[in-house]
Design a protein around this ligand. Structure first.
Ligand SMILES: [Zn+2]
Ligand SMILES: [Zn+2]
Length: 252
């Protein structure tokens, strides 16, 4: 029960700002440690630049303060009007609700992301995030607050449109930040067979999103590769590059 209570507490809205801050600080510490490790799995071995990193911290702080507060308010506001389903759900019900969120957010993110690459929206909303051409965990927070609101606005709308259990909500809330930290880490943690297995190749990797920052007009997906595969926006060399990174000397 304590596990659920803690998660529910964090998902409660007024705690969201604290959650953002905790993850922001944790990422800083993790970034510091990672800089010296996992050399073989570093996606762009020479990609790290201190000036970019400093800017990411500054932009990240501004973003976390502004969008953290606004999104926390929106989720709290939406929670007051959303009709959550009472009672502890069966595991498959939680999984089903979570899957609906996952698929819908993936679609929301892909299409809005492609829209954000069109001028003048790109200049006003998305350009800041693309100042980083090689990512680290801080890049995840280095986002224009407007962009954070466009992406973060999905959850309040989702809970207003779909009645779900609070337990599912507690899983949904941290998903974006955790996924963001993983795909911006700058390191490829997934196994070599990831893109060869029918079960896993549909989910994006750190290499996948790294290539969005490096090559720009490819790999728009935030959770899955599905829309990129359907629309032909997945980088042709993505899978062979992933293979090269994960089979480097010492990377196995
Ligand atoms: Zn982009
Ligand atoms: Zn990014």
């Amino acid at each position: 029960m304590t596990f659920w209570n803690t998660l529910l507490d964090l998902a409660g809205g007024e705690q969201s700002l604290r959650l953002w801050f905790a993850l922001f600080l944790a990422s800083g510490i993790v970034a510091g440690i990672w800089t010296g490790f996992f050399k073989a799995r570093k996606i762009q071995p020479k990609g790290f630049k201190w000036t970019t990193f400093r800017n990411e911290i500054i932009f990240g702080l501004i973003n976390v303060v502004i969008s953290g507060a606004v999104i926390a308010f929106l989720i709290k506001f939406a929670s007051a009007y959303a009709s959550f389903i009472d009672g502890t759900p069966a595991w498959w019900m939680t999984a089903l609700e979570y899957a609906v969120y996952f698929i819908l957010f993936d679609t929301w993110f892909y299409w809005l992301h492609r829209l954000m690459h069109k001028e003048p929206i790109y200049y006003w909303v998305h350009k800041l995030h693309h100042l980083s051409t090689s990512t680290n965990v801080m890049t995840n927070f280095s986002v224009n607050p407007l962009e954070s609101l466009i992406n973060g606005g999905f959850v309040p709308l989702f809970i207003l449109a779909f009645p779900i259990h609070r337990e599912t909500m507690a899983l949904i809330t941290p998903t974006n930040v955790l996924m963001g930290l993983l795909i911006h880490s700058g390191y490829e943690f997934f196994p070599r067979w990831w893109n060869k297995s029918w079960a896993t190749k549909w989910f994006i990797t750190a290499t996948f999103h790294d290539q969005h920052h490096k090559y720009f007009n490819y790999n728009f997906g935030g959770y899955t590769t599905v829309w990129d595969r359907i629309c032909g926006t997945m980088r042709k060399k993505y899978e062979s590059d992933f293979e090269a990174i994960t089979t480097r000397e010492g990377a196995r």
